[in-house]
Ligand binder design. Structure first.
Ligand SMILES: Nc1ncnc2c1ncn2[C@@H]1O[C@H](COP(=O)(O)OP(=O)(O)OP(=O)(O)O)[C@@H](O)[C@H]1O
Length: 590
């Protein structure tokens, strides 16, 4: 079984359930879309308003030109000049303030999304094989997720501008010249059409790039974790070659995304340049005389023609801006998709979500007793498996009893321990710990009474002190020292409280890591149900004997359930306890 270690302790006390979280055991793998607001942000609205202020500025400039033409002299320029300056200042202020607001709100929304993804990931059972690899999850949440900030701040603002500014300019030009308005109307839809065609390819390329990046991160993390093994097997060169290939593939994907992004800009520049040129040619010839049509039977004044000319580039400006941020949309949507996939539900860790009973859920009881474990009619089939591991399985473990679960590999020993620890939801039957049914509501509280000692305890990057205490309140510095002494670790230089350990236990031997797991169990006086999954596997006889000593000493006055193939450990635990054989989902006397 993969190393499932102390998830209960790490989750305990740090979990606050979202109000809409489900409170029952659940198995499906449906995706729950992340909650992300699609309402235009106030910052985007402000920036769009700033763009519209170009209309009064253009009007004032045209007014000044017309005044000069009519010979009004300097007074004709003074008032418009002051107006242009004031409106320009207001425009710059709105733009800057809006950009700031949009950015801040995007960061808040991204933090909210990340929190949702982190909750969803933490709510999945450690036995869920479909859980995303940690490298993939870390890259999705940390690196790829950043792509949604430009998507919200730049792309969505640009999109809002495209929806508002060109129509307003069109309505301003139409009463002056239907020909100019017609040119704008014909040129404008061609741009989104070609952009959509290019964008469709861009999204596919961006998705592929994200997959490549996530895959490379997962590969890298996996190889870094297994560096010692790679060296031992002399496989470093082969790994370097594979990494080089992965990096090359990523480079090609990135270049494909960039190529498409540049193509979309080129398409847009072409159409907007053609649109501006056609309006300019029409206005020029209209003012000179040859084109005397297109102004609703009138002739445009120089001021009016100038006004139309000033507005035409502004008509295309939002579309050009949209093109320049088009790849932000592809990257942002791909990142949102990746976050949604990370937030997909899998096998739920009982008690990880939903309302929880407090650890003193046994308040109804006069005094807490050493727990009995009562299993009735247990049913479980792993997802995708053709045969059930348990089908109507019953087991009674008396309070304080020491039980060995033996049996062939694959019989379900580890699965049974995981079910008792509430790390996996049962599909039928009941598990009672000290008379309390194990359910989504009680799992967290019940786990406060349990300790899990696996064959490969997970060691976090951090000090020995932090690795033993795991954030639990009773684990004071003195208690940690006592627990390390109990686990016979005080003589190990690498196991002093302030020594830092590497991720995955770099710096500790396998036997020391198991003893550290025993120290974790010993440090918490609330623990009275010990679950040990092959604690002596892969250890030499002397270390296995040390681990067995510590385990038996720790189990005095507690209920102990050990799954093991080790005949020595089984005999020692069984001497004062009981040994059962687990086979084909049946309990048979040894
Ligand atoms: N997370 C999982 N997802 C799907 N199937 C699983 C999972 N864990 C175990 N299994 C399957 O369930 C069955 C029981 O596995 P389990 O690890 O409980 O056996 P075990 O008796 O502990 O074996 P061993 O002694 O080798 O550790 C096996 O057929 C295994 O392939």
């Amino acid at each position: 079984m993969p190393c499932v270690t102390w998830c209960a302790a790490t989750l305990r006390g740090s979990w606050s359930a979202p109000p809409n979280a489900a409170s029952h055991f659940r198995n499906p793998t449906d995706a729950v879309p992340l909650r992300a607001s699609t309402v235009p942000d106030a910052g985007s609205l402000l920036q769009t308003g700033a763009s519209l202020l170009w209309l009064p500025q253009a009007g004032l400039l045209a007014w000044a030109l017309q005044g000069l033409l009519q010979g009004d002299g300097l007074p004709a320029v003074q008032i418009p000049a002051v107006g242009v300056l004031l409106v320009g200042l207001a425009r710059a202020a709105c733009d800057a303030w809006g950009a700031r607001r949009a950015f801040r709100s995007a960061r808040v929304r991204l933090s909210d999304l990340r929190a949702q993804v982190a909750l969803a990931l933490a709510a999945r059972s450690p036995l869920d094989r479909a859980r995303p690899a940690s490298g993939l999850a870390a890259s999705g949440m940390a690196e790829q997720a950043e792509a949604v900030v430009p998507y919200w701040t730049r792309y969505q603002t640009a999109r809002l501008r495209v929806m508002v500014v060109p129509p307003v300019i069109f309505l301003a030009v139409l009463p002056l010249s239907w020909v100019a308005a017609l040119v704008l109307m014909v040129a404008a839809p061609l741009i989104p059409l070609f952009m959509a065609l290019v964008g469709w390819r861009a999204k596919a390329a961006s998705d592929a790039q994200m997959v490549e990046m996530g895959g490379m991160n997962a590969f890298l993390l996996d190889r870094l974790r297994g560096l010692a093994t790679l060296r031992a097997l002399d496989a470093v060169d082969a790994t370097v070659l594979r990494l080089r290939d992965a990096a090359h593939a990523l480079k090609q994907r990135t270049m494909a995304v960039l190529r498409i992004a540049f193509l979309s800009s080129a398409v847009l520049e072409l159409f907007s340049a053609l649109g501006v040129a056609m309006v300019a040619v029409y206005i020029g010839f209209h003012l000179l005389g040859p084109f005397d049509f297109g102004a609703w039977g009138r002739r445009l004044t120089l001021g009016q023609g100038f006004f139309v000319l000033l507005l035409t580039p502004a008509f295309f400006e939002p579309l050009r801006e949209l093109a320049s941020v088009w790849h932000d949309r592809a990257a942002g949507e791909a990142a949102l998709g990746a976050l949604n996939r990370l937030a997909a539900q899998g096998i739920v860790l009982p008690g990880a979500v939903g309302p929880q009973q407090t650890p003193d859920l046994l308040a109804g009881k006069p005094a807490r007793s050493t727990p009995a474990v009562e299993i009735q009619g247990l049913r479980l089939t792993h997802p995708g498996a053709s045969h059930p591991v348990f089908e109507g399985y019953d087991l009674h473990v008396a309070p304080g009893e020491h039980l060995v679960i033996a049996g062939a590999s694959g019989a379900g020993k580890s699965t049974l321990l995981a079910l008792i620890a509430g790390l996996l939801p049962a599909q039928g039957g009941s598990i009672l710990i000290d008379g309390v049914p194990l359910s989504a509501g009680s799992a967290t509280a019940l786990r406060t009474r349990m300790a899990w000692v696996g064959q490969k305890p997970h060691i976090f990057a951090g000090t020995v002190q932090a690795n033993v205490a795991l954030g639990r309140a009773p684990a004071s510095a003195a208690a940690v020292v006592a627990a390390l002494r109990f686990a016979a670790l005080e003589g190990v230089a690498q196991a002093h409280p302030n020594v830092g350990l590497g991720e995955g236990g770099v710096g500790l031997s396998g036997g020391e890591a198991v003893r550290l797991a025993l120290a974790r169990a010993a440090v918490d006086p609330a623990v009275d149900l010990l679950l040990a999954d092959e604690p002596t596997a892969h250890l030499d006889a002397a270390t296995a004997a040390q681990v067995a000593d510590a385990l038996l000493q720790l189990a005095v006055g507690k209920t102990l359930i050990v799954a093991t193939h080790d005949p020595v450990l089984a005999a020692r635990v069984g001497r004062a306890g009981r040994i059962i054989q687990l086979a084909a989902a049946r309990e048979t006397p040894a």
